[in-house]
Design a protein around this ligand. Structure first.
Ligand code: 13P
Ligand code: SF4
Length: 331
């Protein structure tokens, strides 16, 4: 098959694009011609968010992947998001412009180890964050995202024994909020664990009126000094509704594009990482998606996400439970 080798070796189509081509215009043209939809996460680069049909958090993206009339879904995000789209819309072609777009958090929960771990807790209900592979979802009772984790836990009886995987920070945070003891898998996101507490405090000292707003995947000391904690969409909504004029944003800085567009008069300061080599805290996986790769993907309809039928059938169950609970709660 054309480009099979390039995709196997590189994970994407490496064909150079002529300088005469207006890539953005071509993407829009191809999208129309092929009845394709581009779904993008808030952590994508600005230019990707600009050409996307829909930009959202992981819950909204799953909902959109389930409800759309396109023939092709091009995912500007990471692997677990594209897999979720395929699971929810198995008859559609789901494309991911670079198959290397993984997730450190999903990788921190290998299916074999997780399976053995679950054997120690046979009477527990398994709640998994959507940032997991399809193989982990097959071992899960209900999936959740950071937008609905608290509500999903609270939808269970008070005495229900719960395993939460894979994020130890989100797990500890929701366990505290819901006052439920949970067995928590020891995984984490390298991007969110890399923020520097010292540098954030220094920024706060320099901008005393700024509010610190953080994603719950951050470590507890950062959450303790935050004025608001929430999923990407919650952070965006808070920044629009709150009366402050400056925010120190402790999550992947791609979200600043929408924040700044929605509130042009406000100041958004991206929180710095604990890293001497790089001053920003981009998710290296999210940022693998480029306009060039997006163009080639739409043109050649590759690389495509393939999942076995039994994987789709089993992994779909906990995702649908999440979507049903979310719909009932108006999330
Ligand atoms: P959201 O569900 O808040 O969009 O977060 C996804 C994610 O990958 C956070 O690192
Ligand atoms: Fe995964 Fe972290 Fe990147 Fe989100 S920011 S996609 S959790 S590596």
């Amino acid at each position: 098959m054309i480009f099979k080798e390039s995709i196997e070796k590189l994970g994407f189509i490496s064909e150079p694009i002529s300088k005469d081509i207006d890539i953005k215009k071509e993407i829009v043209r191809l999208k129309k011609e092929k009845n394709a939809i581009i779904l993008a996460h808030f952590y994508q680069a600005d230019e990707i968010q600009e050409i996307a049909d829909f930009v959202g958090d992981s819950l909204a993206l799953a909902q959109k992947a389930q409800n759309n009339s396109a023939d092709i879904i091009v995912f500007a995000g990471v692997n677990f998001m594209a897999e979720t789209a395929k699971i929810l819309s198995p008859h559609k072609k789901v494309l991911l412009p670079d198959l290397n777009a993984g997730c450190s958090l999903a990788d921190s929960c290998p299916p074999d180890e997780f399976k053995s771990f679950l054997e120690k807790y046979p009477d527990h209900t398994v709640i998994s964050y959507v940032n997991t592979s399809a193989a982990i979802k097959m071992l899960t009772d209900i999936v959740c995202t950071s937008s609905n984790a608290v509500q999903i836990i609270e939808s269970l009886p008070k005495d229900e024994k719960i395993i939460f995987a894979p994020d130890r920070n989100l797990g500890a945070y929701i366990s505290k909020l819901t006052q439920r003891e949970m067995v928590i898998w020891d995984g984490a996101c390298t991007v969110h664990e890399k923020f520097s507490l010292e540098k954030i405090i220094q920024l706060k000292n320099e901008n005393p009126h700024a509010k610190i707003i953080a994603h719950p995947e951050c470590v507890e000391p950062i959450l303790l000094i935050s004025d608001y904690i929430g999923s990407t969409s919650n952070l965006l909504q808070f920044s629009q509704q709150d009366s402050s004029d400056t925010y120190i944003v402790v999550t992947e800085p791609g979200i600043l594009f929408k924040m700044q567009n929605a509130s042009p008069h406000k100041k958004f300061i991206p929180a710095p990482p604990n890293d001497s080599t790089c001053a920003c805290n981009n998710c290296e996986f999210m940022r693998l998606i480029t306009l060039e790769k997006m163009y080639n993907t739409l043109k050649y309809e590759l690389p495509e996400i393939h999942l076995e039928k039994n994987v789709i059938e089993l992994a779909k169950v906990p995702i649908l439970r999440m979507l049903e609970i979310s719909e009932k709660l108006g999330l």
